[in-house]
Design a protein around this ligand. Structure first.
Ligand SMILES: NC(=O)c1ccc[n+]([C@@H]2O[C@H](COP(=O)([O-])OP(=O)(O)OC[C@H]3O[C@@H](n4cnc5c(N)ncnc54)[C@H](OP(=O)(O)O)[C@@H]3O)[C@@H](O)[C@H]2O)c1
Length: 287
């Protein structure tokens, strides 16, 4: 079984590379942006013709939430046109597409976890382009899994955990917002969940379980709670202050509440999900 991974040098791409050795039955083809530019239709066709993948995990994306507000065309090109190109080539080659999306498709007005059926209403350019990317895929093909996730962190790339650790080495005191509630997702847990979807689909190819799924770690917290736990597990003493979002204005608005309900994912794929605290404790920082 051949699984092609786009955006292989991103957080999720590197997490997939990390766990790939645990799955010798899968031939992974890892494509960084230099190997496969998803905005280039011809490049997609050539790469897919060469590797003939049974599955494609799209971990390529424009993920700069604030910057997207000032460069919407670039965000659209990668998150919408890129998703569309992959859907078209997957449809042509009979490749099952696993596409990763975001909790930022929601406006955060709910107070209980979002299910896959809840209405979407993105608050910014990034969320809107991710939602448009989902729609593009759904219009083109049926054999897709769209996995919405939230607050992704890992030892790789840029993320909140690494920013907190860097800032703690430079300052004695930090202020972090405590009125945005969501759930951190360890990229390695997400990588394992994606592979579990592939294994299940591969074992029961007739099962019609395509569609949208939520995945994050279990539980919920504010960014302040997340920062507090990051410092606790790394034995860092710092003066950490909770502040409201109004004291930390950013170009993009973010949902005040974006906890995802994982019931469907657990039911359909039998996935056991760790709490965000346990997963954070097990995160090794090696770079
Ligand atoms: N990070 C989060 O907190 C978060 C939250 C919710 C959902 N998500 C979703 O989770 C997925 C994975 O996110 P991540 O955190 O792993 O993102 P990331 O670390 O920013 O990685 C994105 C990757 O996409 C690549 N890329 C950009 N444009 C490309 C193109 N035209 N063709 C091919 N590759 C391209 C980038 O390569 P270059 O560096 O070479 O440009 C980068 O390696 C994304 O779909 C994202 O929307 C992320």
């Amino acid at each position: 079984m051949v699984v092609l991974v786009t955006g292989a040098n991103g957080q999720l791409g590197q997490a997939l590379q990390l766990v790939s050795g645990n799955y010798p039955e899968i031939s992974f083809v890892f494509c960084a942006s230099a190997d496969l530019d998803i905005t280039d239709k011809n490049n997609c066709a050539t790469v897919f013709a060469k590797y003939q993948p049974h599955y494609c995990i799209n971990s390529a994306a424009y993920t700069a939430v604030d910057k997207a507000e000032s460069e919407p065309e670039k965000a659209y090109l990668i998150n919408v046109v890129g998703a569309q190109n992959l859907a078209e080539v997957c449809q042509k080659q009979q490749t099952v597409l696993l596409h990763v999306s975001t909790d930022f498709v929601f406006d955060g007005s709910k107070t209980i976890p979002y299910t896959e059926e809840d209405s979407t209403n993105p608050m910014g350019v990034y969320g809107q382009t991710k939602l448009d990317g989902e729609h593009a895929i759904r219009e083109i093909m049926t054999e897709y899994y769209i996995i919405r996730t939230s607050w992704v962190y890992s030892q790789f790339g840029n993320n909140f955990m690494k920013t907190m650790l860097r800032l703690a080495s430079e300052r004695d005191s930090l202020s972090v917002v405590n009125d945005q509630i969501g759930t951190p997702t360890h990229a390695v847990d997400l990588a394992e969940a994606l592979i579990k979807i592939i294994q299940t689909n591969n074992q029961q190819p007739t099962t019609n379980n395509f569609g949208i799924y939520n995945f994050s770690n279990e539980g919920q917290c504010s960014w302040y709670d997340f920062a507090k736990k990051i410092f606790e597990v790394n034995h860092i003493n710092i003066n950490l202050l909770p502040i409201p979002t109004s004291n930390y204005p950013t170009p993009a608005k973010r949902p005040a509440y974006s906890v995802l309900d994982k019931g469907k994912m657990k039911r359909v794929f039998g996935i056991r999900i760790d709490s965000w605290e346990d997963s954070l404790k097990n995160t090794k920082i090696t770079n």
